[in-house]
Design a protein around this ligand. Structure first.
Ligand SMILES: [Zn+2]
Length: 252
């Protein structure tokens, strides 16, 4: 009887530790950096890529789900262990892939081993989920010092599948944030010419459109000022979601 109890208990805890079941066709949102490697930071240390998107990925997800599309948030690393990021990730239902890498380590895709790249663990999971599309959440930087002139904002995309998604998101961002985003442009990453784009190439091979949000810079003060105000950061997250939703509606 005692053994039966422990057997049932182990079944229950195993079931609880599995990632949530996601139906085919979910929009996948990926927090691009990790708790152990937080990406670019502003020169004054007030903002970094990982913490920003841990805080606001849930807003992107909620805005997509509000339009009737399923959405799952991935993060390659371990769950954050401190508040308030811990609570933010829990609220967003972030699926931790628990495979930290420091950004420089490249893995072959389990689905398309000819494609090798960092970020591959997330790309492979998106392929497992048969994602409708994938949005990798980043902020950009040109260095550790402030720059006085706005650097060119980018929406990167995989070269075969992602152009329409990237173009739609780019247009929506420009429309909703004319002052902040007027110079944002689409930059497809080509197979073979940029080895670091292997993770986007794997998604291309799987027929999944993918974009990388790199439109705002952590070393340009007007962008940091914008991102540092919570209401504006939430608005940005919703605008990004609106771009994805506009593209989803074009697919019907
Ligand atoms: Zn980044």
């Amino acid at each position: 009887m005692r053994y039966l109890f422990f057997f049932l208990l182990s079944l229950l805890t195993t079931a609880c530790s599995l990632p949530p079941a996601v139906g085919g066709g979910a929009v996948v949102i990926d927090i691009g950096h990790q708790t152990t490697a937080r990406g670019a930071a502003s020169p004054d240390g007030t903002i970094n890529e990982y913490e920003f998107w841990c805080t606001y990925a849930g807003e992107v997800k909620a805005a997509i789900e509000a339009e009737g599309y399923s959405c799952v948030v991935l993060n390659r690393g371990l769950a954050p262990d401190k508040e308030p990021l811990k609570a933010a990730c829990r609220a967003a239902g972030v699926v931790q892939l628990n495979k930290p890498d420091r950004g420089a380590k490249r893995y072959p895709s389990t689905h398309y081993p000819e494609h090798i790249g960092c970020g591959m663990v997330s790309a492979d999971r998106a392929i497992d989920l048969q994602a409708r599309c994938v949005v990798f959440l980043h902020l950009n930087s040109t260095g550790r010092k402030w720059v006085s002139k706005a650097p060119a904002g980018l929406i990167l995309c995989n070269c075969k599948q992602g152009r329409e998604l990237a173009g739609t998101v780019c247009n929506v961002l420009r429309r909703k944030h004319p002052n902040l985003m007027h110079g944002v442009k689409v930059l497809p990453r080509y197979i073979g010419t940029q080895p670091s784009a292997g993770w986007l190439n794997a998604l291309d091979a799987a027929g999944i459109p993918a974009i990388v949000f790199e439109a705002l810079y952590v070393n340009y003060r007007p962008h940091v000022d914008y991102l540092s105000r919570e209401a504006q950061a939430r608005q940005l997250a919703r605008s990004l979601a609106a771009g994805v939703v506009e593209w989803l509606q074009m697919q019907k």
